[in-house]
Design a protein around this ligand. Structure first.
Ligand SMILES: Cc1cc2nc3c(=O)[nH]c(=O)nc-3n(C[C@H](O)[C@H](O)[C@H](O)COP(=O)(O)O)c2cc1C
Length: 222
């Protein structure tokens, strides 16, 4: 694919088939993502990729925690509150997703189902958890590095015909993830990424979010 086509082919997909990505492709994609830039080349990402049974075990644990409404204890604050134009965009994307999932605002059961899809990893056969160590005092720069890594990873997936969904939601149970994977508590969970082959029959995958025009976001000087 042309690079611009890869960028435009990446969307957040929220419905996957059970077909697994073969191991060699998996390794190539994650190796490519390692070439993302980072402040002083510190490469702060520590990535755990779960497939097959390992992914299913984690999914069951996370679903059980969410169903029992176990309190969230994310390693990084997550208010999920926005205001002004940012809130408008947030609402727009949430309503867009609900529309494609057949969820209406006045139906609390369906809304809960939509939220629970996060903890089902949208049926993906793989999930990656991206950790960072707690030895970085400059959280903003660290978050920037992880953002660059994650986008490189998602573009590499898009180029290989693999869909993905970045997820802050699944980082709300970091202790569960650390315990299941035997990860030390010095590693903090920044986000998850469900991925696999897209289920074309899942209408959630028809969602296309919009972007503000260039003039609204970017100023040029000469
Ligand atoms: C860091 C990050 C965390 C996200 N967390 C979630 C999440 O928990 N659940 C979800 O359904 N989408 C999540 N998203 C996806 C966003 O809603 C999505 O990127 C945005 O609406 C733009 O749509 P697009 O990715 O299809 O272009 C997340 C995206 C990012 C970058």
């Amino acid at each position: 694919m042309e690079f611009s086509d890869v960028v435009r082919a990446r969307h957040s997909y929220r419905g996957f088939t059970p077909k697994q990505v073969d191991e060699q492709t998996l390794r190539e994609i994650f190796e490519l993502a390692n070439w993302a830039p980072s402040n002083c080349n510190v490469q702060p990402w520590h990535v755990h990729v779960l497939s097959g049974d390992a992914c299913d075990r984690m999914r069951e644990k996370m679903k059980a925690a969410a169903a029992a409404e176990e309190p969230f204890n994310p390693d990084f604050p997550w208010e999920g509150k926005f205001s002004g134009e940012y809130k408008e965009r947030q609402i727009c994307s949430a309503l867009g997703l609900w529309e494609h999932q057949g969820v209406t605002r006045d139906n609390p059961e369906k809304r809960a189902w939509s939220w629970m899809r996060n903890f089902e990893f949208f049926d993906a056969p793989h999930i990656a958890f991206i950790f960072v160590t707690d030895q970085f005092p400059e959280l903003v720069r660290l978050a920037g590095d992880v953002g660059m890594y994650s986008q490189t990873l998602m573009l590499a997936m898009a180029d290989a015909g693999i869909g993905s969904c970045p997820q802050t939601s699944v980082s709300c149970y970091p202790d569960l993830v650390r315990k299941e994977l035997g990860v030390d508590s010095h590693y903090k969970l920044m986000m998850g990424l469900s991925f696999g082959y897209i289920d074309e029959a899942d209408s959630a995958n028809n969602l296309r979010t919009e972007r503000d025009p260039l003039e609204a976001t970017t100023s040029f000087y000469s």
